[in-house]
Write a protein that binds this ligand. Structure first.
Ligand code: NAI
Ligand code: 15L
Length: 265
């Protein structure tokens, strides 16, 4: 790839992938509304608000691929979600349509299905059950991407990320965790695949306790290597046995199901 755009590059996943993807493209174009630090040798920095259509068009021009991590990443006021996750995504897809349809990896979320119980094992045919406005915004993103695929052939990987971080920090994440290195492997598979289409992919490591079935996406060749099970003893020792009646133990979305609708003022 000549130029890969990473939105949300100042965020947790953006910072983790900026380092790991340094040699995956000749140039990394990094963007965020927040400060991105100093540019590395093959980096271009473009600070902008995803809600600004003209800026997003400039951002996407000249890119062969887009890793879209930017946006509101937890429950928040609707006005903030509206700007970054709905308007921002529309701006991104319109810019991609105007600039040659670069392939997109959209960071969707397990919060599209957060109201499934943890004793339910689901695949991508399961109806959405978002657990808040943030989850609803990811459902919107998946629908928008699907429409651009059907109408214009725009390819997108809709990656429903579980919990992508250094290591699992509670017992729920023994199921939902995805390691940084497995995410990097997935990104490479998505951008290298001869044909992608518009699949939903569960962003989860090879955890013994996972809830999600990725068997429809074997054509991508992604083989996650890590397994959260290796952290179980450490979690038992530091956190003790989890309360089996708490939302964190009952729902796939964990505590997100309890978030209120945050007032605008
Ligand atoms: P984060 O909150 O650390 O990073 C998101 C970045 O987007 C931030 O740097 C923020 O400044 C930027 N941003 C927010 N509003 C913006 C706007 N209007 N214009 C431009 N940039 C804006 O989140 P994280 O953890 O890095 O997640 C990245 C993506 O992956 C998010 O879309 C999130 O919803 C998704 N995701 C992450 C999971 C995880 O376990 N880390 C799980 C599921 C989904
Ligand atoms: C998400 O969608 C959030 O962006 C992230 O911060 C985590 O909370 C993750 O889901 C999760 O469910 O663990």
């Amino acid at each position: 790839m000549k130029r890969l755009l990473i939105t949300g590059a100042a965020g947790a996943l953006g910072r983790a992938m900026r380092v790991r993807l340094a040699s995956s493209a000749e140039t990394l174009r990094l963007s965020d509304i927040s400060d991105l630090g100093a540019a590395g040798p093959n980096e271009e920095l473009m600070q902008c608000d995803l809600g600004d259509a003209d800026a997003v068009h400039r951002l996407v021009e000249g890119c062969d691929g887009i890793l879209h991590l930017g946006g509101i990443s937890v429950e928040d006021k609707f006005s903030k979600i509206l700007n970054a996750n709905l308007l921002g995504l529309y701006n991104l897809y319109e810019a991609a349509r105007a600039h040659g349809h670069p392939r997109i990896l959209f960071a969707s979320s397990n919060h599209t299905v957060g109201f499934y119980r943890q004793d339910q094992h689901i695949d991508v045919t399961a109806p959405m059950r978002p657990d808040g406005l943030y989850g609803v915004s990811k459902c919107f993103g998946e629908a928008l991407a699907r429409m651009y695929f059907e109408k214009f052939g725009q390819e997108t990987a809709l990656v429903r990320i579980g919990s992508c971080m250094e290591k699992p920090s509670n017992h729920r994440m023994l199921s939902s965790w995805m390691s940084y290195s497995d995410f990097k492997l997935l990104i490479d598979c998505v951008f290298r695949a001869p044909m992608l289409g518009c699949p939903i992919i569960w962003g989860v490591s090879n955890n013994d306790a996972r809830w999600w079935d990725n068997s429809h996406a074997t054509y991508l060749g992604w083989k996650p290597q890590d397994n959260a099970e290796s952290y179980r003893a450490e979690l038992d020792a530091t956190l003790g046995r989890p309360d089996p009646t708490a939302p964190l133990s009952l729902y796939q979305g964990g505590n997100f199901i309890m978030d209120p609708i945050f007032p605008e003022k």
